[in-house]
Unconditional design. Sequence first.
Lengths: 296, 331, 313
Amino acid sequence: MAQAIEDQSRPASAWEVTAAPADERRRGRRRGRIGLYLALGFVVALTLIAVLAPILAPYDPIKQDLGNAIASASAQHPLGTDEFGRDVLSRLIWGTRPALLGVLVAIVTACAIGLPWGLIAGYAGGTVDLVLMRIADALLVLPGLVIALAITTALGANLTNAMLAVGIVFSPILARVLRSGVLTVRDREYVVVTRMYGLPARHRMLFHVLPNAMAPALIQITLLTGITFLVQAALGFLGIGVSPPSPSWGDSLSAAYKFIIVDPAAVLAPGIVIVLTVLAVYRIGDAVRDRLEIPA
Amino acid sequence: MPSARAGSLDGSAGATTLLEIRGLTVTYGLNTRHRVRAVSDVSLQVGVGRTLALIGESGSGKSSIARAICGLAPVEAGSIWMDGHELTTATDRPVAAGERGIQIVFQDPVSALDPRWPTWRSVAEPLQRHVDSAEERRERALVLLERVGLDRSFGDRHPHQLSGGQRQRVTIARALAPAPRLVILDEAVSALDVSVRNEILVLLDDLKKQGGLTYLLISHDMGAVAQMATDVAVMYLGRVVEAGEAARVIKEPVHPYTDALLAAVPTVSGDVIDPAFRPRGEIGDTAHPPPGCRYHPRCPLAIERCATEEPAMRTVHARLTACHRAEETRP
Amino acid sequence: MTSTVVKRLLAIIPTVVVATLLVFSLAQITPGGAAEAAAGPTASPAQIAALKAQMGLNDPLPVQYGKWLWSLAHLQFGQSVINRQDVGAEIMQRLPVTIELTLLALLVALTVGIPLGILSAARRQTRFDAAVRGGSGLGLAIPEWLLAMLAVDVFALQLGWLPPTGFTPLTDSIGANLQGMILPALALGSGAAAIVTRQTRGAMIEVLDSPFVRTAWALGIPRREIYFRFALKNALISVITVVGLIAGALLGVAILIERVFVIPGMGSMLVDGVGQKDFPVMQGVTVVFVAIVILINLAVDLSYAALDPRIRR
């Protein structure tokens, strides 16, 4: 009986807990609502900017105007120009495209590799689990950036490959997180009992285990999304990413930094854009975690 | 070892046997360092239309028997037969059990249902393999919900919107979906509030009569047992110590352990009945059972023989029991 | 203790295998082929075939792997396909630079993080504590390389206190070398410092709240002694674990810092090799990075076992 009482107060899954008492939920929502709306708005705005870049950008981002290089902010160029006379604002606007697309590639790759990895390891157990997780642990020891660069070298240095590499580096993290969720859910009655219905393991894994084990993995995914923006900018800064003269945030940052002595403020624009994006994504991730009410 | 025929526990020919367990040994972690033999050489029978109650304290092995029948626990030795068909040799034991008409209702209403699925979907899940149309499955699920006393509108609700008793009704509805012949109730009411418990027991009784079901009731709650059971088997540390018709065993137990177990039930008047044979000490450990009769360290009647020789099951006073001194416990 | 050492050594074998297999296979799977990449776009099929044979690419895979491991063990990393220089020699030149940077950053992280963490734990709920927590939050949130650029902007360009870029080898002048390393080390160590601060603070609080320490309080043992004899030792254990994790990450981020400050370390070597598909360089540098990280983790594991008798088994 005591066991049952304890069981009833412990939620069976994250989903279950969204039915937290109404007043508790309201309190949590009121706390950071404004921040969340700002974050969401920012992300939506970024997406719109990416889609509408051709219309929004005042100048052609590749067009050079060497006579007007490294100009400070002015009415014609609100954020100045870079070393080739290209309008910084336009380059940033166009830069949202590779930024968003790149992050998408990285996250999709991480999920495509990491989720099945964790699901199979957690569900199968035994030797399969042991081997898969040893591999994951071995990969997690290694410095991520170094490995990502190594993979990018092998695949060829362009944005898609670099983001693929980042996704590969992130996948063992997702695998670990999902696996621990799967272990919690795997022996629950609603999973076990389906064996008597003649339904295949596939059915159990996809419809019962995965949805109920996803919550911690979802949170990890939002965390990784924020980090990916940073990594992408860092790689762009290193010169790995879109090839010149295509615009990217990291490249804008690197270019501005090169001439920091001449125009110290130039790094601010791309830097702030990057940081704001990351903060917005983190804020959304916090909201996802609150909604699922997973203890941090 | 003669089997405890629940349908005819006095040894004579009786009702048709639906489920038969012969010499069952359930061992967890068979190939590892931590082997635990939860059930040792148990034989039981459940007659058609009867309700056999398996009673005992935690660790007695009763839940392991339930799971072994469903193919969800590893069988080291022995066999399980449903309607004349052997389940233990099937390639996919849980599927075999399900196809032969066995279903199970578990104790914990919280983890019994997928929290993300609406109720109707959970109830209809057993039908997924055989019924293709989702609308038909949903309709049948709603009908089942009505059968267990829930309005059809409950079909679209999620488990967290239901009370414990309502959830258990849903679990029962799901167990009935594939039209089973034998339903195993593994502590099915133990987690419910006392007030709700009775409603569910009444429901189970009605369903049994309407549907011609046979129950295997696993419980440590003597109240539920007294209400529902036609036959009773008492377990201690993985073995059956006494088995027979409920009326006989409960009213006049022969085995000292049965006597102690029944006496522990507080009565309405507040009296605590003194067991004729008050047990000593703590319950034993299934992993390291005592030699001879497993109950002997606690048994006030224990003699030298009990510590060395394991008592055989024999018919005494119109029921089966395993005790060297069975004849002496009841005049 | 020897058995623990042996056990730990055995435990890292899978990691070494996985890492080397990964780096090895990268050259195999590269689209277009490693020989083609090395030969360049203008090479003829005959030249490529010859190069393939020379590079040993026609051997069965396990043999190639074995040969490669063998040469690694002898510290022979081959020649860069770009400038034909000996990779091993160049790594030897650049490795000390990267290590110096990483060690200095680690030093910053520890000398800032541990005292702050202890003080913060000692003065829980005060404004000091809040400031420390806020500061460490910032340190965690802002990526080191961005902070580096900011630091250059403020300290080097605006205030002129320190040089913005430029690296002087240790052998030339220790003073100039260190002067050039201050900003990079501070920037690189910022994130790590934040982590160490939080970890120390948390560990200290946990120990200070434990019944063991509370008893010491009650017995009237002086505050100082409690802190230094009991609390610190236990807290340091958990800090050491973090150091292991940090060191690996620091090596990675050092690559970015090296770029910001134009420091000729291994990071820039790797980055330059990326665009050129310079496999010997990529593989050599990656393996060295990985080896260092694995060694650091091993050292942390062992010192952990040495400090905490419960772990020794």
